[in-house]
Design a protein around this ligand. Structure first.
Ligand code: SF4
Length: 312
């Protein structure tokens, strides 16, 4: 088992009952809204390759023409048959987390992981693709830069090249809101127009408990918005979703409503800062956000919230 220290699960926090996605609510949701889905991300706060039914979960989406993506540490036992089953599922993208090109650097973050095994598994998947004559899944090495591996980017790039894999590199999140402010990684708002949170309108998140959560940042089950009981329209328009969406128009609400994770989330407060600026006649060029917004401070928000006890 890999215990990544900046993952709630890896850090041993359990904001919800540990478990695996059950097929039944997933397939029901697919029946309801599958015609409208473009992509399903089959992971959240866990290791998806530990799920024995992962190929079936992916295959159900593939059969509907929906793209799928799995993020994994891939430091798991995998036979040639396992690799072939995953490839045969029609999976579109597999992102493999590798944060160091030597075991010594790699395991600073992927604690308990085995880089040799990860590399072997990458080769097994590439071989399975050749046997099955398919170009999918696209195989990508994902490098997260942390303080413990700052100088490792080039070595991981060479590793990706040797495995004939694409490389995706970005800044990992650490429990320090100042991390990376001066490192030359552009702030999120320079490449994206400020906008209301995309999760609340277009990216439903089904949890292993069978609930709809507001987004994948939320970790504790008490922050989920509503159970999904086979009526997506009702769940998606549940009062909590309506209140959360309303926060992008006005910043009022009852104390209960203000306890929703969206109320103090950097996505909401950043947009509020932009809206005030825009409504005062400002433009993107003149916008100096009162609140920073990047992956790290959004993650810090959820990390801190993840340490709070359930409200009474
Ligand atoms: S908590 Fe933040 S990121 Fe999550 S749905 Fe609400 S506004 Fe969006």
């Amino acid at each position: 088992m890999v215990a990544c220290p900046h993952c709630h699960t890896g850090a041993g926090r359990f904001g919800r009952r540990p478990g695996m996605m059950r097929l039944e609510p997933y397939l029901r949701l697919l029946d309801e809204i599958g015609d409208y889905l473009l992509l399903i991300e089959v992971f959240n706060w866990g290791e998806p390759l530990l799920h024995p039914e992962l190929p079936a979960i992916v295959a159900a989406a593939s059969a509907r023409g929906i793209a799928t993506r799995v993020n994994t540490n891939l430091s798991v036992a995998m036979t040639a048959d396992d690799a072939e089953r995953l490839v045969a599922s029609g999976l579109t993208d597999l992102f493999v987390s590798v944060d160091g090109a030597t075991q010594e650097v790699y395991e600073r973050y992927r604690v308990g992981g085995d880089l040799g095994r990860v590399v072997e598994n990458c080769r097994a998947l590439a071989a399975a693709k050749r046997r099955l004559g398919t170009t999918l899944p696209r195989l990508t090495l994902q490098f997260l830069q942390f303080p413990c591996n700052v100088g490792e980017g080039d070595a991981v790039r060479r590793l990706a090249e040797s495995l004939d894999m694409r490389l995706l590199a970005f800044r990992g999140a650490v429990p320090d809101p100042a991390w990376g402010e001066d490192a030359g990684w552009p702030p999120w708002f320079l490449s994206h127009a400020p906008r209301p949170c995309p999760f609340l309108w277009g990216q439903p998140v089904l949890t292993v408990d069978g609930n709809l959560a507001p987004c994948r940042g939320v970790f504790q089950s008490f922050d989920d918005f509503t159970p999904y009981a086979g009526d997506f329209r009702a769940a998606w328009n549940h009062e909590r979703f309506q209140v959360a969406r309303g926060l992008f128009r006005r910043r009022t609400g009852t104390p209960d409503e203000r306890r929703l994770p969206c109320d103090a989330c950097p996505t909401t407060t950043f947009y509020e800062s932009w809206r005030r600026h825009r409504d005062g006649g400002g433009t993107r060029k003149t916008f100096v956000p009162g609140v920073p917004l990047n992956a790290n401070n959004a993650w810090n928000y959820f990390w801190t919230r993840g340490q709070q006890p359930a409200p009474l």
